[in-house]
Design a binder for this molecule. Structure first.
Ligand code: GLY
Length: 356
């Protein structure tokens, strides 16, 4: 059955309608400590399905997306005697959809699940494509499956109370999808900011819808990431290295911020290696610096950043670093490599653009 994408102002009734159509199966809700306090009580008050569902609460940080937390979920699934006819509802951000989705995909060889993303990032990223998993042995998402949920319910109601940083973090992935799609969407996004007061969560929903369509088009063509799905890694080779370095400095940054800085670096590389238009590089660099600030960087950090990039699990040749780059907006080129000297030049230019 094809995954349903449901956009709604009323997530509670969307959930009740959906479970009714599925024959009112027993449901269990997996939430994290934040959604359990903020979102779950409202959902339980408004939805019969949620009110009747037992809940499993997990920790909320990416560091908690681990085997220990997963074991706790499996144990609770076992004590609840969940069976294959039952449904797991993942209510939360990417940690919940990844870990909860993986627990569901593996328990008794697979329970069905419904995702209810409560962050913009999870709505545009974890909504389609079926990636589930946990971090293991110090490597992000080392263990996991491709298992699509039955349905994803996306509602602006969940985003209304998110802090601006959280919204901006998701907006970076929306910008990434636009770069894989067309100039019109890309330039529209860069002439607006989700921080503008007029830019309510209602204004975000159509952008999320367009963004999810891009991701769906790509994942439908290559669910298991053997080809074009790698385009979705644009901005992530440098972005993950920034994110990991920030973590080592004990000053973690939101994932989307690291991706925003990573996209600027990789657009510079795209210009150097594939002649990507320089005016768009400058446009993105200015937007990112104004809205996301700059990643604090000196040339003394380059060896560590390069080492982090070369340990990316997508890398096969230790001498070269693998990237998805762009020839133009809407024309990604996967499996590109760049040698360390060029990457250092791109980082120099990134620092110039961000005023460092
Ligand atoms: N987050 C990238 C992907 O789903 O492939």
């Amino acid at each position: 059955m094809e995954q349903q994408l449901i956009y709604t102002a009323s997530p509670a009734s969307a959930l009740d309608d959906l479970t009714q159509r599925l024959g009112s199966p027993r449901c269990v809700i997996i939430a994290d400590v934040n959604t359990a306090g903020l979102v779950l009580p409202t959902l339980k008050a408004e939805s019969e399905t949620a009110a009747a569902a037992p809940q499993i609460i997990i920790k909320s940080g990416d560091a908690d997306k681990n085997l220990n937390e997963l074991t706790g979920v499996w144990r609770q699934m076992d004590s609840l005697r969940l069976g294959r006819k039952d449904i797991v509802i993942n209510l939360g951000g990417g940690v919940v959809t990844d870990l909860g989705g993986f627990a569901a995909a593996t328990f008794k060889r697979g329970l069905r699940c419904i995702n209810m993303p409560t962050t913009v990032l999870a709505a545009v990223d974890a909504s389609v494509g079926g990636k589930t998993g946990i971090n293991f042995n110090g490597v992000k998402n080392l263990i996991g499956t491709f298992t699509e949920p039955l349905a994803t319910i996306i509602s602006g109601r969940f985003f209304a109370t998110l802090p601006p940083r959280e919204i901006l973090s998701g907006y970076a992935e929306i910008i990434k999808h636009s770069l894989l799609e067309d100039d019109r969407t890309f330039t529209y996004l860069l002439h607006h900011s989700p921080a503008e007061p007029a830019f309510s969560t209602a204004g975000l929903l159509p952008l999320i819808q367009t963004s999810v369509l891009t991701k769906k088009r790509i994942c439908d063509a290559d669910l298991r990431e053997s080809g074009i799905r790698k385009a979705l890694n644009f901005g992530h080779t440098a972005g993950h290295a920034f994110e990991a370095l920030a973590l080592r400095r004990q000053a973690p940054v939101p994932h989307g911020y690291a991706v925003a800085w990573g996209m600027v670096t990789e657009l510079i590389l795209s210009h150097m290696l594939l002649n990507f238009p320089s005016e768009y590089v400058a446009l993105l660099a200015r937007y990112v610096t104004e809205n996301y600030g700059a990643f604090d960087l000196s040339c003394n950090d380059y060896p560590e950043l390069l080492e982090l990039m070369s340990h990316d699990k997508k890398n096969t040749d230790p001498e070269k670093i693998n990237f998805t780059l762009l020839e133009a907006v809407g024309r990604p080129r996967i499996d590109c490599t760049a040698d360390p000297e060029r990457i250092k030049v791109a980082l120099d230019i990134y620092r110039d653009f961000s005023g460092q």
